[in-house]
Design a protein around this ligand. Structure first.
Ligand code: TXA
Ligand code: MG
Length: 294
């Protein structure tokens, strides 16, 4: 029996398995099994009102979970799946409340990582998979980040570092116009304004390091013990991470950098505010840090 068969066996028995996706590592559970979902919420420490994304092996499984697929949603799915895009659609009545957070919608995505796809194909059903971190903490982009969150007891499929590094774009497809609930690597043309659909992961404070973390541009004069994360130019500091000015490379490295700074000897984390056009990166940094005003 290989590693994937073992993972499928655990999932079928209602257990949890962490697996890689192209965005971040997910904590997977059988989306049709209430006991498995209970375990998932308990391990993450996540409030029951927060819906989880159901991961599917292919676009052909959409009608098993969504009661209606508007043409615009179908087009997005066909264009971007497998890929870092989640579609919020009206749910079928049999979709569990634990998955939807009691809402009448369900978030669906076909991930782009080959190991995730292989797992989903062998499993056959939908896998509920929030990011494999404790609630509110930094999402994991490497297997060792998942291990740091949950220890050795959780089975983890190691698929290497995630290629995208930030969570999927979430698009609400239930209204007259598409609405982006969470920006990500895929940029979807959508109407501005706030959505009536709740996306509780869009809490103002999220993706949080344990240490005090601030953002500023320009950065203030550094004090001894400051850790810095820059994009323009490397800086001399107690701990310094430089991710450069390529937005995709920056996104790929962001969570590992925040973890590194958090675990380092620095007393506080200073992030050089990224350029305005880096929407998904800016969104995550805004939630992870407090703005420093001089
Ligand atoms: O890239 C990703 O999406 C990763 C990987 C593992 O696929 N998953 C992820 O899951 O980020 P999580 O649980 O950390 O974030 C899911 C987000 C939450 O903000 C949740 O509120 C929102 O998706 N969401 C899920 N179902 C929803 C629904 N029916 N309506 C509105 N928002 C929903
Ligand atoms: Mg998350």
């Amino acid at each position: 029996m290989d590693e994937l068969d073992r993972a499928v066996e655990i999932l079928r028995a209602g257990g949890l398995v962490a697996f890689p996706t192209e965005t971040v590592y997910g904590l997977g559970a059988d989306a049709s099994n209430p006991a498995a979902l209970h375990r998932l919420y308990a391990l993450k420490g996540r409030p029951g009102s927060h819906p989880v994304i159901v991961h599917l092996a292919g676009v052909e499984q959409l009608p098993l979970w969504a009661s209606h697929v508007p043409a615009a949603a179908q087009q997005l799915a066909e264009r971007f799946w497998p890929g870092p895009l989640t579609l919020v659609l009206p749910r079928r009545p049999e979709v569990l409340d634990q998955v939807t957070g009691g809402q009448d919608t369900v978030g669906l995505r076909v991930p782009g990582h080959p190991l995730a796809l292989a797992l989903l194909r062998r499993f056959g059903g939908g896998l509920a998979a929030p990011s494999a971190n404790r609630f509110g903490h930094i999402s994991p982009t490497r297997a060792e980040h998942v291990r740091a969150e949950f220890g050795d007891e959780l089975p983890i499929l190691d698929g290497g570092p995630c290629q995208v590094g930030l969570e999927s774009t979430i698009v609400d497809c239930t209204g007259e116009v598409l609405r982006v609930l969470r920006p990500g690597a895929i940029q979807v043309e959508a109407a501005a304004g706030s959505s009536a659909v709740r996306a509780p992961g869009t809490l103002d404070r999220h993706y949080q390091p344990g240490k005090p973390a601030f953002r500023a541009d320009p950065l203030p004069p550094l004090a001894p013990g400051d850790g810095v994360l820059t994009w323009r130019a490397p800086l001399e500091a107690t701990v310094a991470v430089h991710l450069g000015s390529d937005p995709e490379a920056y996104a790929r490295g962001l969570y590992a950098a925040l973890r590194e700074l958090d675990e380092s000897a620095c007393a506080r984390i200073l992030v050089e505010t990224p350029p305005v056009g880096w929407e998904a990166v800016s969104d995550r940094i805004r939630r992870a840090t407090t703005e420093l005003r001089s």
